[in-house]
Design a protein around this ligand. Structure first.
Ligand code: DOR
Length: 488
């Protein structure tokens, strides 16, 4: 596309005001935008009209009418789905509440979010599941909330939680996330019981014997900074164990399913690639931070992961490159699994491209200043990431690392397919006439700065603070209602 056409495309999208947050979209028209509908496998220039919360017209433009409209301007896509977010309620409301978490989700373009169970009390019985749901209803947010229940009582890894009761209460899966299911015996039982209930075990794959006291990815950066190494083998050995257990369990319980969350290493993704080729019922996801950020950020680099490899794909040395632009030991960079090296990050992007990774999840992990702004090794793990996920993926698209439809699929049809497998939930209709409006409108040509004030989440802990990201979200509509709006 010629530069002047691109410019025209950028300014082409027009959207009329949609209403205020929480209200049904009365009358909305977005014209001359770039529509991306992964559910129909289609993208292109078009107009879309929403009336009383329902999509009443989708017009795909061709010929002269389409001239000047490109994917660099206003984009309309189905609402994003996050399979992995920490909303912290009950118990850690100073870090996030269900209400602030859903507001942050809407600001990020998400219309459905799965809440992780590492709350206090842990979401390990139907009563707590009910509390989380009530908080979502009370928030008034139209963003849909799904609950993932704990695998073990109190996430303590000793006894299976009331999986059947929680399945009846509608949880979409089980996870002890934040920690793995340590005992292989319990893991096998969990896969068996959850499988009989038609639910997956969503596993945080980490061999804790190898990560006790670990601070940063084991490699050059950790060695130079004097941080205790967090070996890639801790993830790989856990994935290998879980796949072996799955292969054994699935013989008796064909419905058993394993979903490996936030995979971060090349070898772990390779194991999944092979297991999928062998038709094991395994799926996995990756995060924006593991595909775009690397361990050199802990040393003070701030370049994207794809800028940290040379032409042969080998990691560059941030010290000899002069890539260190910030101070070292920023606790905002501390996360579990840790930011890996640039070769692992490239493998994460390759896994998304070849379908080994089924979805991108945010692992949104808001923390208080008290828990986070302390010495690196003592800081709580996690990145507040639900509002920056789109921008990070678009940066990867801008760099030619992902395609725009590929990035959108990983936030929509990818996770929707998994929810279909896990909870029998039909995929959203997408951008079709007659469907309830569930969509995000963002301007790819506009950048926004990640600041404390810009983030709706209570958790301001992000290594992207101060950075400009592409793709400002203008409007998020969930189930026909305004979830976020920045339209005048
Ligand atoms: O960095 C992380 N933070 N990884 C996890 O697995 C848990 C999460 C949290 O809850 O803060």
């Amino acid at each position: 596309m010629a530069p002047e056409e691109r410019k025209a495309g950028r300014s082409a999208g027009r959207a009329r005001a949609a209403g205020t947050v929480g209200t049904v979209v009365g009358d909305l028209e977005i014209s001359r935008a770039w529509l991306v509908d992964p559910y129909a496998g289609r993208e292109g220039p078009g107009d879309i009209v929403v009336e009383r919360g329902v999509i009443t017209a989708v017009t795909w433009l061709t010929g002269a009418a389409a001239k000047g409209i490109g994917p660099d301007g206003v984009v309309v896509a189905p609402g994003f789905i996050d399979l992995h977010a920490h909303l912290r309620e009950p118990g850690f409301e100073d870090a996030e509440t269900v209400a602030t978490g859903l507001a942050a989700a809407a600001h990020g373009g998400f219309t459905r979010v799965c809440a992780m169970p590492n709350t206090s009390p842990a979401t390990d019985d139907a009563g707590v599941v009910g509390r989380v749901r009530s908080a979502a209803a009370a928030s008034g947010s139209p963003v849909a909330l799904d609950v993932i229940g704990a695998v073990t009582v109190g996430r303590a890894g000793e006894r299976l939680a009331a999986l059947g009761e929680m399945a009846d209460a509608g949880v979409v899966g089980f996870s002890d996330d934040g920690a793995p299911v340590k005992s292989p015996v319990l893991m096998a039982h969990a896969l068996r019981y959850a499988g009989m209930l038609g639910r997956p075990i969503v596993e945080h794959a980490e061999e804790s014997a190898l990560t006790a006291g670990a601070e940063a990815h084991e490699g050059l950066v950790a060695a130079v900074l004097g941080l205790r190494g967090w070996p890639a083998a801790a993830e790989e050995s856990a994935v290998a164990r879980d796949l072996a257990l799955l292969a054994q369990v699935v013989r008796d319980v064909p419905g058993a399913r394993l979903h490996l969350t936030h995979l971060s290493t090349a070898a772990a993704l390779d194991l999944v690639r092979h297991a999928k080729a062998a038709a094991l019922p395994v799926t996995c996801d990756v995060t924006p931070h593991h595909l775009a950020l690397t361990d050199e950020w802990v040393a003070g680099a701030r370049r994207w992961a794809w800028e940290a490899v040379d032409a042969d794909g080998a990691a560059r040395d941030p010290w000899t490159d002069g890539a260190l632009v910030a101070g070292p030991y920023d606790p905002a960079c501390r996360v579990n699994p840790p930011l890996r090296d640039p070769v692992d990050a490239a493998a994460v992007r390759a896994a998304l491209r070849d379908g080994t990774a089924d979805a991108v999840v945010t692992d949104h992990a808001p923390h208080t200043v008290v828990d986070k702004e302390v010495e690196f090794g003592l800081a709580a793990n996690g990145i507040s990431g639900i509002e920056t996920a789109l921008g990070v993926l678009l940066a990867a698209v801008d760099a030619g690392e992902l395609t725009l439809p590929g990035a959108i699929v990983s936030l929509t049809a990818g996770p929707a397919r998994l929810l279909g497998l896990w909870a029998g939930r039909p995929a959203p209709a997408g951008l079709v006439e007659g469907a309830p409006a569930d969509l995000v409108v963002f301007d790819r040509g506009e950048r926004w700065t990640v600041t404390r004030e810009a983030l709706r989440s209570r958790g301001k802990n992000t290594p992207l603070a101060g950075r400009d990201l592409p793709g400002r979200v203008l409007l998020t509509v969930a189930a026909g209602r305004v979830a976020f709006t920045d339209l005048e």
